[in-house]
Design a protein around this ligand. Structure first.
Ligand SMILES: C[S@@+](CC[C@H](N)C(=O)[O-])C[C@H]1O[C@@H](n2cnc3c(N)ncnc32)[C@H](O)[C@@H]1O
Length: 276
């Protein structure tokens, strides 16, 4: 039996995939960092290609179900509750007391994936008696992850780690007070979900929804090239009220963008900035 040949993904193949994603699905990946994008396409090709690059390209272009799986693999969806507990501790200390001065709060989690970060923030808001006056928007490019975020159902298996993270973030209650567990799943109490809306939003070309008091966009800008990062940071600047906060991921920074002068640094290590 002939052994199937590995499909090598190089610059030409990546360009073809980017073109197909744009033409058939209206998603523009041309501003994503090429090295990691190429690696992920190579991984998908190794698993799925069925022999030829053209068959992969056709499936990505025309097969809806395959495209949905492809999208999930090509964008990294990894997340967890209270990810980087010291970041959430800094939010409690440096941001929530300032938010407490506002009558109503608009909060945007851009690129929220399956919602773990959104529920973590909602717990913080609840513990600071701010949840009642908050409206929380979670957005992502990928409708599948948003469906999961809307449900607010997480695997019980992950909770030992989440509970540790929560305690390290300065959580005083038992995290289990906030969800009900059954059949291996943990479902957050409805009063959290009541404050949340989830909706599709593409950071590459969509505009803003509103003026926000806090925007969190963590662990997605690292996948973008500098010009796209700058575009997104500009969108965030324009979407914040004066005095509003912007939170980025631990490997991301505002300091390379032209918009940095519109912000002061609240916590350099935790990448928390405030619009001045
Ligand atoms: C690694 S997850 C980050 C989740 C969460 N913010 C965290 O830090 O745990 C990155 C998310 O960015 C989303 N994403 C990638 N490109 C995007 C884009 N252009 N617009 C909106 N979301 C995007 C992916 O679908 C994925 O869910």
């Amino acid at each position: 039996m002939a052994e199937s040949k590995r499909i090598e993904i190089g610059e030409v193949e990546v360009e073809k995939i980017i073109d197909a994603l744009n033409r058939f699905h209206g998603i523009d990946f041309s501003g994503y960092s090429r090295a990691s994008f190429t690696r992920r396409i190579q991984r998908i090709a190794d698993k799925d290609a069925n022999g030829t690059f053209d068959s992969l390209l056709n499936r990505v272009s025309e097969n809806k179900e395959y495209f949905s799986r492809f999208l999930k693999e090509v964008t990294v969806n990894v997340t967890e509750m209270f990810r980087d507990p010291s970041f959430f501790a800094s939010l409690r200390k440096n941001v929530l007391p300032e938010l407490n001065k506002q009558q109503t709060l608009q909060i945007w989690h851009a690129a929220c994936s399956t919602g773990e970060e959104v529920y973590s923030m909602a717990v913080l808001l609840h513990e600071a008696s701010l949840l009642e006056r908050s409206t929380i928007l979670g957005t992502d490019l990928n409708p599948e992850v948003l469906l999961k975020a809307k449900q607010g159902v997480f695997s019980e298996r992950d909770f030992p780690e989440y509970i540790q993270n929560y305690e390290r973030s300065g959580g005083k209650a038992a995290l289990s007070e906030y969800y009900d567990s059954s059949y291996g799943n943990s479902v957050f109490k409805p009063f959290f979900k009541d404050k949340m809306t989830f909706s599709e939003h593409n950071l590459v070309n969509d505009g803003s929804f509103n003026k926000f008091n806090l925007i969190m966009c963590r662990n997605v800008l690292i996948y973008f090239q500098k010009p796209l990062q700058a575009r997104v940071l500009h969108l965030f600047k324009n979407s914040l009220v004066t005095g509003g906060f912007l939170c980025l991921g631990s490997k991301e920074s505002l300091l390379f963008s032209d918009d940095r002068l519109a912000f002061e640094v609240v916590d350099a290590k935790e990448k928390i900035y405030r619009k001045i």
